[in-house]
Write a protein that binds this ligand. Structure first.
Ligand code: ATP
Ligand code: MG
Length: 255
C-alpha cells in the first residue's frame, strides 16, 4: 500500500473478516479496502469464499470475527437494511429479477425496498415519485432507458445482468458489491458491462467478484486473490499477474 492510499480512509474496509461454517473457515481473516474511483476485483477458485465475503460486507451473513467499516464507522453489527440505506449495494451471483414485472418496475421496487415507507411498497409507481426517479436514473446510468417498459423476463441474459446492476443503482449506493456480473455473457455483452463498470467507478467504490480473467485484467485497478478463504495476494494487476504464488495457485501460467 502506498503512503497516499494509507492516508485516506477507504469507503469500505474489512479487517480480519472471518466466517466459519462448523469446521470450515470459508473466509479467513481477510483484509480488504474499497475506494471510490477503483474497481477492486476479487478472484479465486470455486469455493474460495468470494460470495461469503460479499455476504458479510452486505450484511446478509454475520461475520464470525473481524470488523467492517463504512466511511470510518464500524458497521460490523449493522443489519443489511441499515447498510443498504447507508449506501452499501450488491448484486447476486444468481439472477434475482422479478421476471414478470417491467424493467422499470424492477428498479422501482429495488429503490423502495432499500428506502421503504412501510405503506408504500406495492403502491402504484406513479404515486411514489422518489423511487420512480431513482429507477429512471438507474436505467439511464446503465443504458436501459429504452427497455424501461419491457417485461424483465424477455430481456437477453446480458440485459438481465445489466438490469441487476440498475436495480442495485436504484438504491443509490456508494459501494457496489458485484458477484459475477459477467457470468454467461457473450463478448459484446461483456464489453458493454466493462464499459459500464469503468463509468460507475467514477462515483462508486466497486468490488467485482469474477472468474473471467481477461475481463478482470481489463477493468480492475486492484486485484485480491483468495485461495481457501485466505488472501494470497492483493495488489495492482501487473503485480498480481507476475506473483509466483498466484500463478501456481490460480492463474495456471507459471513458466
Ligand atoms: N451457508 C453455508 N453453509 C455452509 N457452507 C457454506 C455456506 N455458504 C458457503 N459455504 C461454503 O463456504 C465455502 C465458500 O463458498 P463461497 O460461495 O463463498 O465460494 P465462492 O468463492 O463464491 O465460490 P464460487 O466461485 O463457486 O461462487 C465453500 O466451501 C462453500 O461450500
Ligand atoms: Mg460465489
Amino acid at each position: 500500500m502506498t503512503a497516499d492510499r494509507a492516508s485516506l480512509v477507504p469507503l469500505l474496509r474489512a479487517v480480519g473478516l472471518t466466517r466459519r461454517f462448523g469446521g470450515l473457515t470459508a473466509v479467513d481473516a481477510v483484509d480488504v479496502d474499497l475506494e471510490v474511483g477503483e474497481v477492486h476485483a476479487v478472484i479465486g477458485t470455486n469455493g474460495a469464499g468470494k460470495s461469503t465475503l460479499i455476504n458479510m460486507l452486505s450484511g446478509e451473513m454475520p461475520a464470525s470475527a473481524g470488523q467492517i467499516q463504512f466511511a470510518g464507522r464500524d458497521i460490523t453489527h449493522w443489519p443489511q437494511a441499515q447498510r443498504a440505506r447507508a449506501g452499501v449495494g450488491r448484486s447476486y451471483q444468481r439472477t434475482t429479477i422479478f421476471p414478470s414485472f417491467s424493467v422499470l418496475e424492477n428498479c422501482r421496487l429495488a429503490a423502495q425496498a432499500a428506502h421503504p415507507r412501510a405503506w408504500a411498497l406495492w403502491e402504484a409507481a406513479d404515486r411514489c415519485p422518489q423511487s420512480l426517479r431513482a429507477a429512471h436514473e438507474a436505467l439511464e446510468a446503465t443504458g436501459l432507458e429504452d427497455d424501461a417498459h419491457r417485461i424483465a423476463g424477455s430481456m437477453s441474459h446480458g440485459g438481465k445482468r445489466q438490469l441487476e446492476i440498475a436495480m442495485c443503482l436504484a438504491t443509490r449506493p456508494r459501494v457496489l458489491l458485484l458477484d459475477e456480473p459477467l457470468a454467461g455473457m457473450g463478448a459484446e455483452e461483456t464489453d458493454r458491462m466493462l464499459a459500464l463498470l469503468d463509468q460507475l467507478k467514477v462515483e462508486h467504490a466497486v468490488m467485482l467478484v469474477e472468474h473471467d480473467m481477461d475481463a478482470v485484467f481489463r477493468v480492475a485497478d486492484r486485484i485480491t486473490v483468495m485461495v481457501n478463504g485466505q488472501v494470497i495476494a492483493s495488489d495492482l494487476p501487473e503485480q498480481v499477474r507476475s506473483n509466483r504464488d498466484v500463478q501456481i495457485a490460480y492463474l495456471g501460467t507459471e513458466q
